[in-house]
Ligand binder design. Structure first.
Ligand SMILES: Cc1cc2nc3c(=O)[nH]c(=O)nc-3n(C[C@H](O)[C@H](O)[C@H](O)COP(=O)(O)OP(=O)(O)OC[C@H]3O[C@@H](n4cnc5c(N)ncnc54)[C@H](O)[C@@H]3O)c2cc1C
Length: 380
């Protein structure tokens, strides 16, 4: 296993940093957050410069990049603006990885080249009001009718539904004894009649945020089915492991940005006649944060390597998600403490890291659920 980034991977970091430092300025990021405005200009700049094609196969217009290339890109995007990283992750996980792995030739040819150019955006509708951690207990119904399926029910926390062209919607097509059976995925056009989207007010992640979606007699053509009828849970499991790599990479980048801000502050803020970083209580926090960051980054590249070499397991993905999410939450919390009163003021960016990072241990499977997965892998 080689943890050293190749020259090409270092170039990915270098070029993305060059592009984003002028777009994702602190003012731009805070405006997106305050005005609940998606970072469209930054997304379009990534598309224009070909970045959204990084991991797509060459035959569909991509650059054929590896999972490590993906991790490097998302880490860098997360450093500049976490929600930009999450927008790109949703497109590449649901519009590229999921469609390539489970889609028909027609679905792949119709969607993937457009995703890689940034012309189509994707989101994921799994969670429902009564099924969060117990996700496979979902009830949203899809009933076969002629050449369509009629969909009825409610999803919550479908992030980015209001800015997406397609949602991978996870539905109940049959009620069977085992709740993981009778589940079917569809590539649903988000503008179909009978779909109502409501943005939810949240603590953080306010630029794109998340939505509640009501489906009332929505007719979805059977050609939109992704994967096999009633066998959709296996696909969901695949997406969630890939998602855990992407989320961990983007959030490790965001954690690094919070850390660097706090480090600079600790060097420049003086109290009792010296920089606060000279006090052991402050410097030890920074030392702990630096250790967590280095471990997180190493774990992200290790997991990407496992994926690249087809050696990854569900437990590996859970360990990665658990550690990087808890680290991001702690790093944002400690960074805010180092900034003292400024950390608590809305005028400075630290409060956004604090609010945004709080989702890390909840979204994409809570920390408690990751521990359950790890414990099961230990035979417990
Ligand atoms: C901002 C945001 C964005 C999101 N984006 C998406 C998205 O795009 N698509 C999507 O489908 N979902 C999305 N989610 C949903 C997210 O994945 C769920 O919120 C998460 O899985 C937890 O489900 P829940 O909120 O229903 O909590 P619950 O499942 O009700 O859990 C409540 C508490 O109980 C604990 N708990 C539950 N069961 C167990 C158990 N067996 N053992 C130990 N502890 C347990 C949990 O860890 C948690 O602390 C998003 C959520 C948020 C808040």
């Amino acid at each position: 296993m080689n943890f050293e980034l190749s020259n090409d991977q270092q170039n990915i970091q270098h070029h993305l940093n060059d592009l984003l430092k002028d777009i994702c300025t602190p003012e731009y990021v805070s405006q997106c957050d305050e005005q609940q405005k998606p970072p469209r200009e930054a997304f379009d700049a990534l598309a224009k410069n070909g970045w959204l094609g990084l991991i797509g196969p060459e035959e569909y217009g991509g650059a054929g990049g590896s999972p490590t290339d993906l991790a490097v890109m998302l880490d860098t995007l997360g450093y500049h603006f976490e929600e930009l990283g999450l927008w790109v992750f949703r497109n590449l996980t649901y519009g590229c990885f999921a469609v390539l792995k489970h889609g028909t030739k027609e679905q792949i040819e119709h969607m993937v080249p457009k995703v890689l150019k940034g012309e189509l955006s994707f989101c994921f509708g799994l969670t429902e009001p009564d099924s969060g951690s117990d996700a496979s207990a979902l009830k949203l119904k899809a009933v076969h009718d002629g050449t369509d399926y009629i969909v009825n029910g409610r999803k919550v926390y479908t992030s980015g539904m209001d800015i997406s062209d397609y949602c991978i919607l996870v539905t109940r097509t049959k009620v069977l004894e085992k709740k993981q059976q009778g589940i079917t995925n569809f590539l649903v056009d988000t503008k179909l009649p009978g779909i109502e989207v409501k943005k939810l007010a949240t603590l953080g992640q306010r630029s794109i945020g998340t939505t509640e979606v009501l489906y009332s007699n929505t007719r979805v053509p059977e050609s939109a089915m992704l994967g096999e009828l009633d066998q959709g849970w296996k696909c969901v499991d695949n997406y969630l492991c890939y998602e855990r790599l992407c989320l961990s990479a983007a959030r490790t980048g965001a954690a690094r940005a919070a850390f660097e801000y706090a480090l600079e502050y600790a060097k420049s803020r003086e109290q009792f006649g010296r920089p606060i970083g000279k006090f052991q209580a402050v410097s030890h926090k920074l030392a702990e944060m630096k250790s967590m960051l280095d471990i997180s980054q190493t774990m992200v590249y290790r997991y990407a390597w496992l994926v690249e070499n087809k050696k990854d397991t569900r437990a590996d993905a859970a360990i990665l998600k658990l550690y990087t999410a808890e680290s991001y939450k702690s790093i944002a919390d400690m960074s805010l403490q180092i900034l003292g009163g400024y950390g608590y003021c809305m005028e400075y960016p630290m409060q956004r890291f604090f609010r945004d990072s709080r989702l890390a241990t909840i979204g994409g499977g809570t920390s408690e659920i990751q521990k359950n997965i790890i414990a099961t892998s230990l035979g417990l």
